[in-house]
Design a protein around this ligand. Structure first.
Ligand code: ZN
Length: 161
């Protein structure tokens, strides 16, 4: 039994154990979105339905950026290729590039970070793709199912839309 965690804006962030999900609920950091009608966890005096989907009350997006956006996850999403020139990269040769550079207010989030080869990264420098004449499609937030494999029926509307 696992629980899908959404950001406050309903973007899929990660999958946690139901024990961890209860911790997030009881600490007040998250709220229930869906529960399983067949599975309950009993305490001495009460029983609680197991949550299948929960949502951070706030700060989820930031939490995800810090925890979910690893080099490995970026490499997997961008299929191991420099997004600018398409050359295949070995993981140890990839560089992380901020599409809108941080010096121009670019954020450290999925939609603004891509993998690139060193020469494209150098060529682009502190410019946006438009300024550098290196246009790309806007990077996506990868689905948790894509990164993890398995999913619950309740997760579908958040993962495939
Ligand atoms: Zn390149």
């Amino acid at each position: 039994m696992a629980t899908l965690v959404l950001s406050s804006s309903f973007l899929p962030l990660k999958v946690v154990s139901w024990q961890k999900a209860f911790c997030l609920l009881f600490s007040g950091r998250a709220e229930k979105v869906h529960v399983c009608s067949e599975r309950f966890v009993r305490s001495v005096s009460r029983s609680y339905p197991v949550p299948t989907v929960i949502r951070y009350r706030n700060g989820g997006q930031k939490y995800f950026a810090r925890n979910g956006m690893t080099r490995h996850a970026l490499y997997k999403r961008d299929q191991g290729k420099c997004v600018y020139c398409g050359v295949f990269l070995r993981k140890e040769h990839m560089t992380k590039d901020h599409v809108v550079p941080r010096c121009q207010g670019g954020k450290d989030k999925w939609q603004n970070v891509v993998i690139s080869c060193r020469s494209c990264n150098r060529k682009k420098g502190g410019r946006t793709p438009e300024q550098a004449g290196m246009p790309i499609q806007e990077p996506c937030v990868p689905h948790v199912a894509f990164l993890k494999g398995k999913y619950h029926e309740h997760w579908k509307p958040y993962l495939f839309h």
